[in-house]
Design a binder for this molecule. Structure first.
Ligand code: GAP
Length: 433
């Protein structure tokens, strides 16, 4: 185990530093929902744009899409979610708690109070709502439990308007909702979360090759993001774990403080999804093979990862406790490219706020920067170490005379004296490495 952190420490750091708060805190919270604070939202956005750059911008064979959260309810009939997106669960007749049957040791006895349990019942995980003013069966709709189904229903529009032909992919980042029976492990399993999904369309003959390619590519993305390789592993699913239509599925797993768990799934879904939408909608989802001139419904290789799970991974992986001059410092050694703040600006004294602010404003368009004038410099270093700020810049009384500032590195804790007019260049060089 290469992590030094427990979930308790992470949850407390997240609250203390404005990364993640319990949703609806004044009302006692609401299970499975979380709010991201000023630091958390920066990290979240950087993870999403890192993924987008890697999966869409840097490639010429994947295009983006942004679809609505509520889709036509037939979408979820075609995908199989209405019939089978459920977990068997039992209720305790005494304490009224609800459990997933696969998460309790004994189906006879409540693990919380020892009370008698009901027979297992299927519990659909989709959140239901109504569209329009009348609340009847005809107006039922669902909050999407995954983002990919609208990629499938928009496959043809996207392909033609982007002038693509298989092999090519469609990527999307967006919210998904699942009424999880037991949300747990902080943001690892929640009821509202965000997914980054990419569906790659190809012929059946090519799908094995693309599946192998994407499994490796997705593993590489996490390494590129800064996650330590030794804390990641690939776990191919065994035959009895596979969905009936899937030809293969591999999870990227991370060694979380609560053990190895799924971070992302890469799946060869065959042509099940497009065929189902063709069948239920009556529309044509086939394409013409350039070589043979024959029509076929493409196969799909999917990569699907949660933003929140990735963020939890980044935090757990970056967390370090170091002893410096007999004191413990907590530091998040996040890849500087995705750090919530790249630079922090400290005026040594409140009296120096005005000139320090001028230096900060000049840097704002290039770097994500936090102006911090509260408390001793030592406290400010601690604060920024804890959110992973790679460089802290101090404007002191000498700066007034020599027009230089002190730049302190998060990782080495070394300090450089840098001319204010060279500061932007100096920082740019540092971020290149
Ligand atoms: N379209 C395929 C799909 O949605 P999944 O394995 O159900 O597959 C993919 O979900 C990824 O979405 C997971 O690997 C995980 O990262 C994230 N995810 C799924 N359920 C989640 C939940 N309740 N809370 C947070 N993330 C979740």
């Amino acid at each position: 185990m290469n992590n030094q952190v427990s979930m308790e420490l992470l949850v407390s750091l997240c609250k203390r530093r404005g990364i993640i708060f319990q949703s609806s805190e004044p009302y006692g919270g609401i299970g499975g929902f979380w709010d991201y604070g000023p630091v958390g939202v920066e990290l979240r956005n950087r993870i999403k744009s890192h993924w987008w750059r890697y999966m869409v911008q840097y490639r010429d064979d994947v295009v983006g899409l942004d679809t609505s959260i509520i889709a036509h309810p037939q979408t979820w009939v075609a995908s199989g979610h209405v019939d089978s997106f459920s977990d068997p669960m039992v209720d305790c007749k005494q304490c009224k708690k609800r459990f997933r049957t696969d998460q309790i040791p004994d189906l006879e006895q409540c693990p919380a109070c020892g009370g008698e349990l009901t027979e297992p019942r299927e519990f659909n995980l989709m959140f239901k709502t109504f569209v329009g003013p009348v609340q009847d069966d005809a107006s039922v709709a669902y909050l999407r439990p995954e983002t990919c189904q609208s990629i499938f229903t928009q496959f043809k529009n996207t392909m033609t308007t982007a002038r693509k032909k298989p092999p090519f992919g469609i990527a999307q980042v967006g919210k998904s909702f699942r009424n999880e029976i037991t949300p747990r492990n902080f943001i690892f399993r929640s009821r509202e979360f965000e997914q980054m999904e990419m569906e790659f369309f190809c012929t059946a003959q090519e799908s094995g090759r693309f599946y192998d390619y994407w499994v490796q590519e997705r593993f590489n993305w996490f390494v590129n993001l800064g996650v330590r390789k030794e804390n990641l592993r690939l776990r191919p699913h065994t035959a009895d774990e596979l969905a009936h239509y899937a030809n293969g599925c591999t999870d990227v797993e991370y060694e979380f403080p609560f053990g190895w768990s799924e971070l992302e799934g890469i799946a060869d879904r065959g042509n099940y999804d497009l065929s189902q939408h063709a069948k239920v909608s009556g529309k044509d989802f086939s394409v013409v093979d350039d070589q043979t001139n024959e029509k076929y419904i493409p196969n799909v290789v999917e990569s699907s990862v949660g933003v929140d799970r990735t963020l939890l991974t980044v935090l757990a992986d970056a967390y370090r406790e170091e002893t410096v001059n007999g004191e413990t410092r907590i530091v998040l050694k996040i890849n500087p490219e995705i750090a919530p703040y790249q630079v922090a600006m400290f005026p040594l004294s409140k009296k120096l706020s005005e000139p320090a602010k001028k230096v900060e404003i000049a840097l704002r368009k290039k770097f994500s920067i936090d102006f911090d004038a509260i408390g001793s410099i030592g406290k400010r270093y601690r604060r920024h170490d804890e959110v992973g700020t790679p460089f802290c810049v101090t404007y002191d009384f000498d700066s007034e005379e020599d027009h230089k500032v002190t730049v302190r590195s998060r990782d080495t804790m070394e300090q450089d004296r840098v001319s204010v007019d060279q500061l932007e260049l100096y920082l740019e060089e540092k971020f290149k490495r």
